[in-house]
Ligand binder design. Structure first.
Ligand code: ATP
Length: 830
């Protein structure tokens, strides 16, 4: 020991003994510092940290200014000279930015940074970065690797979207252009309405079920989802434009160290998709003698021609979910290609095209794509490739390590994904997939894991944790994990599951690839996703500029008809079919509408809607979503009593039953499924013709996912939301979606009598449970649950509408927990 260090040590010991002799608690801190030194050191550290953050903010701000100037310069280069001269001034003009000085701006940003939840530093309050210029040139490029230097803000935005016809006609023929892809971690355009939130109701049980319903004793269990109070602002966020001049912008806007490779799509390879075809200026007139009317006529024709080219191409792209890119172009192993081909997958869907290369490169990704657009295959293919790679590199072990772990929120979804993986793995010997889901015998899982080793596991979080905690060998197998996938990521990161997911993430190696997929990715989830993802991850959003997560495309259905018919009816025609026997018969896609009806009439309304639909659509297949398992059960029994062809599926049913019903519904036509939110996400039931949502969904995301059970793979579908008058406020949260009020339906009084009869036949215990779960569900909704007196009145109306003489009583403890103990109309169980 050197003399200086021994001196220091003796000083520390001396100080300690002095303090001990003075009595009281420890007065020294590590390194022999006293309280004040310790405090000062921390203050200094905090100041340093603050300064660093301010520096970062400053850089970001400067990058924004530079980016703005470049964007303006680029725009003005294409536009007028006058604009060109103004560009640098406009960059900082108050119309685009806050009228603050840069210094104030940085300070404001830094102040906000210190507040809770301020990680998303570039939100709408920062003022517009730049306008969503329609005239901004579309320049396809390829971005590889995003390595942001900062903890919070990393922006690499590729704004190639399909919002306008110009961009639509540019398709990634060569394979490298990702025109539907946008990369970013923060500073992203917000799609819409504020997040509709529940105050309570943990809607997920640990086994991954997704019902919000009463506890096992029939009592109301109201576990709180507190703390999630972040409201989303509906204002759109500005985004950065990338163009040829943006090479340095990547660095400046928070991605220092990133190796950006931009590939310009060759004009030759664009073939008929050359967007410039549309943008090219009309041929110049030569000679001065051409008269003005000729010129006008020429320009008109030219414009019409361009319009029709754009329309055809845009329509072609919109119509098809598939892109031109084939699976055999992207380095997937031949055996997987063989399986894909026999499953009928030749071309990629948009989300697959946008994500596959990134995921195959080993990068972490957060992916948002519409429901029913092939997200499962988009993560299964890289997962299979990871398993193949690992199998080739590792020796034959008796129990191979688990290479890929796929987490799903529900058991049915896990089974469905495992089934899809099995199909894709059919030609790969020695690579297996297994499910670990609740509701099955734990011992059986263990036996399967031992007898049938697998590299890919699809699991619900609760059961997976059981295995980790109770089977030591299993944790060892997880040490070889290479890829973690979260399907329905926003739901898995929501409060109901988050703790489990956090624990699971702690049990797997840090050196892994993580992929998060969902049709909905709210702002909070973007932030929380950092729990799982590396900082350097890609955010891939194929939902596009419309920001509509629902399959709400509006295209034109063309129906062939005879010319004679056309002349007779003089119907509305559009470009392509003009004069050739085509007519425009209106928009198709998923038709969304809502109906308002008091709760006591809603069952009857559902019955009437079902009757109408089943009489009109030959191969009908309908899903009716209820908010709780017990209301699902009641409606099912009621409709069954009324001789409708129904099935029920919710978390109160045994797993074997659930699997059987799920399989039956998948295979069938002419069947109605009454279900709770266990079927809301990810379930791929082909050809669902109608989705009815009974009552207010728990949030905007649930509405979208439930609706997404219809209109899959680009097919048509219909969604109807039934609301009570006091539930109409929910419409504010989905006002950006194309949902329209439906014409009111006159209810048949005879059906009412029939329904009352059927209701009488249902056991009172079912109705009581339905009442309890109804009360629990609505009590958890902030807007309704706040006014307890009204809530209880409404619940009592519901109770009498389902044929209960008086409202069922509650346990005192439950009433207390729900804040309903002294509310008039609540009966307490003695
Ligand atoms: N490349 C492809 N070619 C043809 N069909 C495909 C392709 N990719 C996926 N599909 C089909 O599209 C359907 C929907 O796929 P999938 O269930 O993966 O959608 P999703 O985006 O995960 O939906 P959700 O958001 O509801 O979970 C499935 O029937 C699947 O077989």
């Amino acid at each position: 020991m050197s003399s200086s260090s021994s001196l220091l040590l003796s000083k520390v010991l001396c100080k300690l003994s002095f303090q001990r002799s003075m009595g009281g608690g420890p007065r020294t801190f590590p390194g022999g510092l006293n309280k004040w030194q310790w405090k000062r050191m921390h203050e200094k550290k905090a100041k340093e940290k603050e300064r660093r953050l301010l520096d970062q903010e400053k850089q970001i701000y400067q990058a924004r200014i530079r980016s703005q100037i470049r964007a303006k310069l680029a725009a003005s280069a294409a536009g007028s000279e006058a604009h060109d001269r103004e560009a640098p001034t406009t960059a900082s003009s108050p119309s685009h930015y806050n009228p603050m000085s840069p210094k104030d701006q940085i300070k404001a940003l830094a102040d906000r940074f210190m507040k809770k939840g301020a990680e998303d530093l570039w939100n709408q309050d920062d003022g517009e970065l730049e306008s969503e210029s329609e005239s901004a040139p579309f320049r396809p490029m390829r971005v590889r690797g995003v390595a942001p230097p900062m903890e919070f803000t990393n922006v690499v935005s590729d704004r190639r979207n399909l919002a306008d016809n110009r961009s639509r006609v540019l398709r990634p023929l060569g394979g490298d252009s990702l025109n539907t892809r946008r990369f970013s971690v923060q500073a992203r355009r917000r799609s819409g309405a504020p997040r509709f939130r529940f105050r309570g109701n943990d809607t997920s049980s640990s086994d991954g079920d997704d019902d919000s319903e009463i506890g096992s004793d029939g009592d109301l269990v109201n576990s709180y989802r507190g703390g999630n109070k972040v409201l989303r602002n509906s204002k759109s966020l500005p985004r950065f434009n990338f163009n040829e001049g943006d090479a340095s912008e990547d660095d400046e806007s928070g991605s220092r160290g990133r190796t950006g490779v931009k590939k310009m799509m060759s004009r030759a390879s664009l073939g008929s998709y050359d967007a410039k075809k549309m943008r090219r200026a009309p041929k110049a007139f030569e000679g001065d003698d051409s008269n003005l009317s000729q010129q006008v006529q020429f320009i008109r024709e030219e414009l019409n021609k361009r319009k029709s080219i754009g329309h055809e191409m845009g329509q072609e792209q919109e119509d098809s979910l598939l892109t031109h890119k084939r699976f055999d172009e992207c380095g997937i192993s031949p055996l997987t290609i063989k399986a894909l081909t026999s499953a009928g997958y030749v071309h990629m869907t948009k989300v697959q095209e946008a994500t596959l290369s990134v995921c195959l490169e080993g990068m972490d990704a957060l992916v948002k794509a519409k429901t029913g657009t092939g997200k499962s295959a988009a993560f299964l293919l890289p997962a299979i490739e990871a398993a193949v790679k690992e199998k080739n590199s590792s020796s034959n072990q008796r129990w191979p390590p688990v290479v890929v772990l796929i987490l799903c929120p529900t058991r049915e979804l896990a089974s469905q994904i495992a089934a899809e993986a099995t199909v894709l793995l059919r030609h790969h010997d020695g690579i297996g997939v297994q499910t670990l889901i609740g509701g099955t015998r734990f011992k059986l899982d263990q036996k399967r894991l031992e007898s049938d080793p697998c590299q890919i596991i699809v699991a619900t979080p609760g059961r997976l944790l059981d295995h980790i905690e109770n089977k030591s060998g299993f944790s060892v197998r997880l040490m070889g994990l290479k890829m973690l996938v979260l399907d329905e990521a926003d739901h898995l990161l929501d409060l109901g599951f988050r703790k489990d997911v956090e624990k699971l993430v702690d049990c797997v190696p840090r050196q892994r690839q993580s992929l998060l997929f969902s049709a909905t990715i709210p702002k909070e989830v973007r932030r929380i996703s950092q729990l799982v993802l590396r900082k350097e991850h890609a955010f891939i959003d194929t939902v596009g500029l419309s920001g509509l997560e629902t399959p709400s495309k509006v295209n034109y259905q063309l129906r062939c008809r005879s010319l004679a018919e056309e002349e007779k009816n003089n119907v509305n025609k559009i470009g392509k079919g003009r004069g050739s026997g085509w007519e425009w018969v209106g928009p198709v896609g998923v038709k969304q509408s809502y109906l308002v009806q008091p709760h006591e009439l809603q069952f009857q309304l559902v019955h009437q809607l079902l009757k109408e639909h089943t009489s009109q659509v030959i191969d009908y297949k309908v899903i009716v979503f209820c908010n709780t398992a017990m209301v699902t059960s009641l409606l099912y029994l009621l409709l069954r009593e009324m001789k409708m062809n129904v099935r029920e599926l919710h978390s109160r049913k045994p797993q074997l039953y659930r699997t059987r019903i799920s399989d039956e519904f998948r295979e069938s036509k002419r069947l109605i499924l009454i279900t709770s939110d266990v079927s809301a996400r990810g379930m791929n039931y082909p050809d669902v013709t109608l989705v009815i949502q009974l009552g207010i969904p728990s949030d905007r995301e649930h509405y979208i996912h439930r609706l997404g059970r219809t209109g899959r793979e680009g097919k048509e579908g219909e969604g109807i939301l039934l609301l009570a008058p006091w539930e109409e406020h929910f419409l504010d949260y989905i006002k950006d979606l194309p949902i329209k009020k439906s014409q009111s339906i006159e209810l048949n009084p005879n059906i009412k009598l029939e329904m009352d009869d059927a209701m009488m036949k249902i056991d009172n215990s079912i109705k009581e449970a339905a009442y309890h779960s109804w009360l629990g569900y609505y009590n958890s909704i902030i807007e309704i649950g706040r006014d307890k007196t009204t809530l209880v009145e409404l619940a009592n109306q519901f109770s009498s509408s389902i044929g209960l003489e008086k409202p069922p009583s509650l346990f005192r403890k439950t009433a207390l927990k729900m804040g309903l103990k002294d509310i008039p109309g609540i009966r307490i169980r003695k």
